[in-house]
Write a protein that binds this ligand. Structure first.
Ligand code: ZN
Length: 473
């Protein structure tokens, strides 16, 4: 029965082919899945450039005053108490000064800036150096600083006296080192008072609380008038660690890698690759007739909110613009890189969120350039957009900066309401083709607002583009 045999053979062949095809298909599926898994795992990035430390940013803008406050937040809450106490006390004092001067502040708002620098000088050990600038019109600006040395391993603050061997001989040595630096400093020598430095070193209450450490130096920060005339401001004197070696306890010499036969150790710095793809620019393939909006996110990046917003944007194939603060980019370089890799536009929102018209030209340029550099270091790209804090601009600012400022057409007030539905209704009531929508990715409630906005505007046929794409439409 040949025909039947043939049929069976054909069926068998078909069956084998089917199984081969099927298993091929399955293994392809698995391969794709494992590819995705790989992508997932490569997405696991280092959260912060400073292990166990985040940066908190609080921005307030009122008619009478504005505040930009930045402080570190440690993973372990015990370290945060003292920091929060310091920040809250400064804020409270400022706000009561503002309320005493309310009438005169309508023309020129008061401002409070609390910024910090962070230096890792041994494993799990950081210098946190706060700088506070307070300005209430009618009074001189007030500037002060505060140093914290934090150990994230045992969650304790260190005293400088635990690091320095405090005895008469060493005090003399510190005095000599500082004296040399002051006398040789072109910036300070005219304003320096030797007697006052002597008084400072001989004061038995002096516990060197104004000293902090970096991986290279011991730095002494003096408040205004302590050892110099007012014109010198608040001097900062750096002494290389090699010169300080004999003054440091054995334990800390070891921890800081300063033992005699060692080169000063540089604690592991975050490695920043600049391997992002410069050709990965967003494509503007929308038909000319499509309605477009630009979603913009200021004051970030933020280690959890920004990630969630990036995922939401992906879901809608949306591109946005992130106006980032340099001091936060420094904390989150890998996150910044991810924003670039996903094809969003990189924006400069200054280093520390000061109102630029209040600054001198040099300081304006520094706020912009340090931020451009931080973004470039993290992503390999220079930001293509710029937005001034508070939208505050004047001719001097325009003249000092070679980037065109981008403002907004819809202010969602997300930072104030923390109400996703209110944010959505502000957008829905005001949106038109070409709108630029202002939001802030440092607020958790904004993530939910973004989800609502994407859904709503997508249904209305809007396309989400970067501010540069909007401009070149
Ligand atoms: Zn801002």
């Amino acid at each position: 029965m040949r025909p039947i045999k043939l049929t069976i053979s054909i069926l068998m062949i078909l069956g084998v082919v089917g199984i081969v095809l099927m298993s091929n298909f399955l293994s392809k599926g698995e391969a794709e899945e494992s590819l995705n898994n790989n992508e997932e795992s490569s997405n696991e990035m280092e959260r912060s450039a400073y292990p166990n430390v985040d940066i908190i940013t609080e921005i307030t803008e009122e008619k009478t005053h504005n505040m930009a406050i930045h402080y570190p937040e440690f993973t372990e809450p015990t370290l945060n108490e003292e920091i929060t106490e310091y920040v809250t006390a400064s804020e409270k004092e400022f706000l009561s000064e503002v309320s005493r001067n309310k009438e005169i502040l309508m023309d020129l708002p008061a401002s409070l800036h609390i910024l910090f620098d962070i230096h890792q000088f041994a494993e799990d050990t950081y210098s946190i150096v706060f700088n506070e600038e307070r300005f209430v019109s009618g009074a001189n600006g007030l500037q002060s600083s505060r140093v914290f040395l934090a150990n994230t391993n045992n969650d304790e603050f260190l005293q400088q006296a635990e690091i320095l061997i405090d005895n008469e001989q060493n005090r003399n040595e510190i005095y000599q080192l500082l004296l040399n630096e002051f006398e040789q400093s072109a910036e300070y020598n005219l304003y320096f008072f030797k007697d006052q430095l002597e008084e400072w070193i001989e004061d038995e209450n002096n516990a060197f609380s104004n000293m902090f450490l970096t991986d290279e130096s011991a730095v002494f920060k003096f408040d205004k008038y302590v050892v110099t005339a007012g014109a010198a401001g608040s001097p900062e004197i750096s002494i290389p660690l090699e010169k300080m070696r004999d003054l440091i306890t054995d334990e800390w010499k070891k921890r800081m890698g300063l033992e005699d036969d060692q080169v000063p150790a540089s604690p592991e710095q975050p490695t920043l690759s600049d391997g992002s793809d410069p050709d990965d620019s967003p494509e503007g393939t929308a038909p000319l007739s499509a309605k477009q909006v630009a979603l913009t996110f200021d004051d970030g990046p933020h280690p959890t909110n920004t990630i969630e917003i990036l995922q939401l944007l992906d879901t809608y194939d949306a591109k946005a613009t992130f106006f980032m603060l340099g001091n936060r980019v420094e904390f989150y370089p890998e996150l910044t890189k991810k924003i670039a890799e996903k094809g969003h536009e990189l924006g400069n929102h200054t280093w520390s969120h000061k109102s630029l018209p209040a600054l001198g030209r040099e300081e304006i340029v520094k706020e912009i350039e340090t931020t451009n550099e931080a973004i470039r270091k993290a992503t390999g790209e220079r930001p293509t957009a710029f937005r001034p804090p508070y939208g505050a601009l004047n001719d001097q600012v325009r003249d000092a900066i070679d980037m065109d400022p981008t403002l907004w057409t819809i202010d969602t007030l997300d930072w104030k309401s923390h109400d996703p539905h209110q944010v959505l209704s502000i957008v829905e009531e005001n949106v038109t083709d070409g709108s630029v929508i202002l939001m802030h990715d440092i607020h958790e409630s904004t993530v939910a607002a973004v989800e609502l906005i994407l859904k709503s505007l997508d249904e209305e046929g809007y396309e989400f583009v970067t501010v540069s794409e909007l401009n070149t439409k």
